[in-house]
Design a protein around this ligand. Structure first.
Ligand code: NAI
Ligand code: 13P
Length: 336
């Protein structure tokens, strides 16, 4: 039995805590917001995960020191990505040399363009930072629906350590050395999911969705490979796997926000209605900045930015994508 603390009591932090508790570990969950903690303690249930009990064996606390000192074997970061750096900084006094810290959130920092693992490494240089990602909605993981993810770490030993803690008959974990690829796939797919949702909101069909997923994947792969990620990772669970689930699922926060925008809501109205973090809104700007930095054409991500931040109607954005200059599907394919 390992002693594990989970920082972040949103749907994902709690689904992870429930999984790790079922695996027999001693789990403490820290909630950033007092207002979130009280109903969790009172009802032992998260409002967005109805019917899923948070067992008494899981300790819920708002005391950061209590949680930090409880997670001697593993610390899991599950806060909305805009808080990852500040929480890592606050954890510094409690993190020992080589402490394994697993980030399960998805995002890229707007100003620095750092991935979340890069931010955590900057704030906690003593930590052994890993990431866990893949097609894994909290609504399904917390209800024991078979799910597969990938854990990335600098060493095989750490990746296998985390794999062992998370693996269960309903949660299969693969290992990988490609942390960057895992993080880029996980954060950029959220931007494409916004576009897929917009298409749904506009009343378009499956053809449009399939086109956005496939061409969105091409954009993510072009950028990821230019940044040093492995193509295999981008076409794996944390890349195409997560892109498919996010663009298609009724559970997706990003797709849902896109639907509302496609139906005429503003970005802020959509975020307020979803009531859970819509990471694609933050990753959109970072994706655009990375495209510029690495000189990569990312037309879907560009159009999503224009809809979110420049008041472009979603229908006009789709129209512009459809009427771009005609081109070859894959430039790397020769004609003879
Ligand atoms: N929900 C899901 O199915 C999955 C979510 N993720 C990722 O996990 C992360 C968290 O997502 P959810 O739990 O769904 O979000 P949520 O909207 O349910 O919860 C928000 C999270 O942010 C934290 N938070 C809020 N205010 C904070 C503050 N001032 N300081 C520090 N932390 C604060 C909360 O404690 C909570 O962990 C996101 O990056 C998301 O993309 C990844 C895989 C699956
Ligand atoms: O990353 C996630 C699921 O893997 C959560 O984001 P969505 O809810 O938008 O899909």
């Amino acid at each position: 039995m390992a002693k594990i603390s989970v920082f972040g009591a949103g749907t994902w932090g709690l689904a992870i805590a429930i999984l790790l508790d079922q695996n027999g570990h001693d789990v403490t969950v820290w909630s950033a917001r007092e207002a979130d903690l009280a109903p969790l303690l009172a009802h032992r249930e998260h409002a967005k995960l109805p019917g899923v009990p948070i067992r008494e064996s899981i300790t819920l606390t708002g005391d950061l020191e209590q949680a930090a000192t409880a997670g001697t074997d593993l610390m899991v970061l599950a806060v909305a990505s805009i808080y990852t750096r500040s929480i890592a900084r606050r954890l510094k006094p409690y993190v020992r040399q080589d402490q394994v810290v697993v980030n399960v959130s998805k995002g890229i920092e707007e100003g620095t363009l750092c991935t979340l693992a890069e931010q955590i490494r900057e704030e906690l240089p003593q930590a052994d930072v890993a990431v866990l990602s893949g097609p894994s909605h909290a609504e399904e993981v917390s209800r024991n629906m078979p799910t597969a993810c990938v854990v990335g770490a600098l060493s095989k030993k750490t990746a296998e350590y985390v794999q062992n803690l998370f693996m269960s008959p309903v949660f299969r974990v693969y290992t990988s050395p490609d942390i960057l690829g895992i993080e880029l796939g996980g954060s950029l797919k959220n931007v494409i999911a916004l576009a897929a949702g917009m298409a749904d909101g506009l009343g378009y069909g499956d053809n449009t969705k399939a086109a956005l997923i496939t061409r969105g994947m091409a954009e993510i792969a072009r950028l990821g490979i230019a940044m040093g990620a492995r193509a295999e990772t981008l076409y794996g669970l944390s890349g195409i796997g997560d892109l498919i689930v996010t663009c298609a699922s009724v559970h997706s926060r990003n797709r849902r926000a896109g639907v509302l925008i496609g139906q005429g809501a503003t970005m802020q109205e959509a975020m307020d209605q979803v009531q859970m973090v819509v990471e694609g809104v933050y990753s959109a700007k970072a994706g655009r900045a990375l495209a510029e930095k690495y000189q990569i054409t990312m037309p879907i991500i560009e159009q999503v930015n224009q809809v979110l931040f420049e008041d472009k109607p979603a229908a006009q954005a789709v129209g512009q994508l459809m009427t771009r200059d005609r081109t070859q599907e894959h430039f790397s394919l020769p004609w003879d």
